[in-house]
Design a protein around this ligand. Structure first.
Ligand code: NAD
Length: 496
């Protein structure tokens, strides 16, 4: 816990009002490239979560009665405001999270795309009906909102991830509490300045800054009906079980260790470019980052040479500089952890083909930088092949057949994404059929689904059933009611 009294102090947004937290617990928000402190973020108490939950619960009474076509008018306005503030939002993401400006812009494009899709809720939320299921009896299913929805976000997409859930929750008639990552709270603060201009009814959407205490209070609060979480697997597992024990609906996205397979018939230039972007984009701090490249047969030599060259020549620096291709990792601890894992990998027999440890980035000597790193001849059973590194490290593993490669993919603990690079349709079909992962890429390095598809994940990458985005989000944020209805035919001829 650091003390920097001159820094701006972030506020919560509860019941339509900005308010200073009553806590005495603060963290500094730090620019990971310059290590300059940017602001102080409060760590809200359970009492403050309670205020937000009560406000959201009170707002739900009339918000759920507001017609969906009217609710989405706020989203249309929000889309416009997000577009007007697009560059400012992207710069804020880069400043607090470290990714390049172009990556930050891509993140905000995805956020806006989710607002656009949620504007289709009046269609997407429709139920089903059938007349005369028995003589004179009609049956239909309607969808109703659940109530107060809580969204708990990780550090690596401060702008986008709350939008996987929030626009759908609101459009479906739920009210909302967002808890951003305490490491990157500035972007959501800016988003809420825009939300404040929408003149939404008070309490429909609330922002609570905090960490574990706030999360636990959310998980235990009786008014909160659903939890949407994105973060690491141990926390996802914990949140899912505690939310479920408290009778809440929960979707919890966890960590990943994404493999990509390279067959000898792949377009090697394209494959190298795409897999390098996947492994080193966002400094590897992406749940869809390629972490293991499995070369099959003759792909080994060509791919190894070309990926080594691409990794070694990537431009690393401060993301606000448009020439930079990769920014820092989030904290000094994160950098230390990544470098320790690289060392463990070499201790377990891997060869460091490109070593990105302890780089000197001119002008940013204190920044949390790790350059792209390639480990070769990684033992599939070693820790480095199994642990989520969440940094710009690609491990190379070699096998002789596609079956061995797919078996390796499926042996992993996680199942967020798996990709294949090939020019064979038959190999692609076999792979997408057999690979155990929720997001599959064929000649794609970051298989991030558009907003009208669910953001899927299997095994230890996801706890729950329905996912964020698109139709799944509509189902997650609504409960169904089946009505069976009969009217006496005698009444039909009555005079009204
Ligand atoms: P994290 O699990 O440390 O934190 C996520 C959120 O949980 C934060 O808001 C944090 O305040 C809260 N939290 C942390 N520890 C907690 C605890 N003990 N009890 C209650 N709440 C707690 O994750 P992170 O480091 O911010 O994000 C990186 C992780 O997120 C990576 O593992 C990455 O793979 C994963 N991620 C997954 C997806 C996906 O779609 N599957 C997307 C993005 C990130």
């Amino acid at each position: 816990m650091t003390q920097s009294p001159t820094l701006p102090i972030l506020q919560n947004y509860i019941n339509g009002q900005w308010c200073y937290s009553e806590t005495d617990q603060y963290l500094d928000v730090v620019n990971p490239a310059t290590t300059e402190p940017l602001a102080k973020v409060p760590l809200a108490s359970a009492a403050e979560v309670d205020l937000a939950a009560q406000a959201a619960q009170a707002a739900f009474v009339s918000w759920r009665k507001t017609p969906p076509a009217q609710r989405i008018q706020y989203l249309f306005q929000l889309k416009q405001l997000l577009e007007q503030s697009f560059e400012e939002l992207a710069q804020t993401i880069t400043t607090e999270c470290g990714k390049t400006l172009e990556e930050a812009r891509g993140e905000m494009r995805r956020a806006i795309e989710n607002v656009e899709i949620a504007c289709g809720i009046p269609m997407m939320m429709q139920g089903t009906n059938l007349e005369d299921i028995a003589s004179g009896i009609d049956e239909f299913m309607i969808r109703q909102p659940l109530g107060v929805a809580a969204i708990i976000a990780p550090f690596n997409f401060p702008g986008m991830i709350p939008f996987w859930f929030m626009p759908y929750a609101l459009a479906c008639g739920n009210t909302c509490i967002i808890k951003p990552s305490e490491r990157v709270p500035l972007t959501m603060s800016l988003v809420f300045q825009l939300i404040d201009r929408l003149n939404l009814p008070k309490g429909v959407i609330n922002l609570v800054n905090g960490s574990k205490e706030a999360v636990d209070a959310i998980l235990d609060h009786p008014a909160i009906r659903s939890i949407s979480f994105v973060g690491s697997t141990p926390v996802a597992r914990y949140i899912y079980s505690r939310a479920a024990a408290n009778g809440k609906r929960a979707q919890c996205q966890g960590g990943a260790k994404n493999p990509v397979i390279i067959l000898p018939d792949a377009d090697m230039d394209m494959t190298t470019r795409i897999t390098a972007d996947s492994a080193f984009g966002c400094a590897g701090q992406r749940c869809l980052a390629a972490s293991i490249a499995i070369t099959v047969g003759e792909a080994r030599q060509t791919y190894t040479e070309s990926i080594a060259h691409t990794a070694a020549t990537r431009i690393v620096g401060y993301g606000l500089d448009e020439k930079v291709q990769m920014g820092p990792v989030i904290t000094a601890q994160s950098r230390q952890r990544i470098e320790t894992l690289i060392q463990q990998g070499t201790d377990q027999g891997a060869k460091v083909l490109v070593d990105g440890r302890s780089p000197q980035i001119p002008g940013y000597e204190q920044g949390h930088f790790v350059r792209p790193t390639i480990l070769q001849d990684v033992d599939p059973n070693s820790e480095i092949a199994k642990t989520e590194i969440f940094g710009p490290v690609l491990s190379l593993i070699h096998v002789e057949t596609i079956d061995q490669a797919i078996a390796l993919v499926n042996s992993g603990q996680y199942g967020n994404m798996a990709c294949l690079f090939t020019s064979s349709g038959a190999a692609a079909r076999k792979f997408r059929y057999e690979a155990e992962a929720g997001n599959i890429g064929i000649n794609i390095g970051v298989a991030a689904p558009m907003a009208f598809f669910p953001f899927s994940g299997w095994k230890d990458s996801f706890f729950g059933d329905l996912h964020g985005q698109g139709q799944h989000a509509v189902e997650f944020f609504t409960q169904t009611k089946v009505v069976v209805e009969r009217w006496s035919q005698k009444d039909w001829s009555r005079k009204f």
